[in-house]
Design a protein around this ligand. Structure first.
Ligand SMILES: [Ca+2]
Length: 227
């Protein structure tokens, strides 16, 4: 835990701001800032998508407003790290994710034999066999309407199996239609850019149905605003 105090002389008095930095989770630090009266005025998250909350008060010290500022767009659970699975799991119960058919989460070093994850310790897998195919859906949130965005992801083939043509849809619109590049490593890719028409978007990574067993792995799904 880190504590930092600063004091500044102002024209009509002296105010003190106090910042407390605490580890909220293993991957995020949250900094709370208090004013001279001990009121919470700011909450800042370290993750790019966390943004800040700013609290305002009236003269009677009543909290009058909470404003979210600087909260960036993000893909919820887009790194396939939650929940942690043992080896692999088809259709796991996972926060903010929807799985269908032959799809799930695979652990690094597990039976699927995928190369090391692009990020973290787990990846998504989507599998086709018997002319059916699985998919995984995830949500992008905090999009700004009218802003142009681009999704990015990393993909890999399953070693020892034929490549599967992977399709990516954003709110039902096809933005990617190609197999992963290789089976020996993950390769990062951007998708086509798009202009947000609402503040959320659904991203689907789908295998293409095949009569034989073919699979792809996906990791590190992210969204970035473009200028
Ligand atoms: Ca991952």
């Amino acid at each position: 835990m880190q504590m930092r105090c600063t004091a500044k002389a102002a024209a009509f008095g002296i105010f003190v701001s106090l910042s407390l930095t605490v580890s909220a989770t293993a991957s995020e630090t949250v900094r709370n800032t208090y004013d001279a009266k001990g009121r919470l005025t700011n909450v800042d998250g370290s993750n790019s998508g966390s943004g800040s909350r700013v609290y305002s008060f009236d003269k009677a010290d009543n909290r009058t407003r909470m404003q979210n500022t600087g909260a960036g767009a993000t893909v919820l659970n887009g790194d396939a790290e939650n929940p942690a699975v043992s080896n692999y799991a088809y259709n796991p119960s996972a926060p903010d994710l929807v799985f269908y058919g032959g799809a799930g989460i695979a652990q690094n070093g597990g039976a699927w034999g995928f190369p090391a994850p692009w990020s973290g310790n787990q990846v998504f897998f989507i599998q086709a066999s018997g002319n059916t195919a699985g998919y995984v859906e995830m949500k992008a949130v905090r999009l700004t309407v009218g802003q142009r965005y681009q999704f990015a992801f990393a993909s890999a083939q399953r070693p020892g199996f034929p490549a599967n043509n992977m399709k990516i849809y954003i709110d039902g619109n096809l933005v990617w239609d190609a197999p992963p590049d290789t089976a020996d490593r993950f390769t990062p890719h951007p998708t086509q850019s798009f202009i947000a028409s609402k503040d959320t978007a659904t991203i689907r990574f789908a295998a293409t149905p095949t009569s034989y067993d073919s699979s792809s792995a996906v990791d590190a799904v992210s969204v970035q605003p473009l200028n």
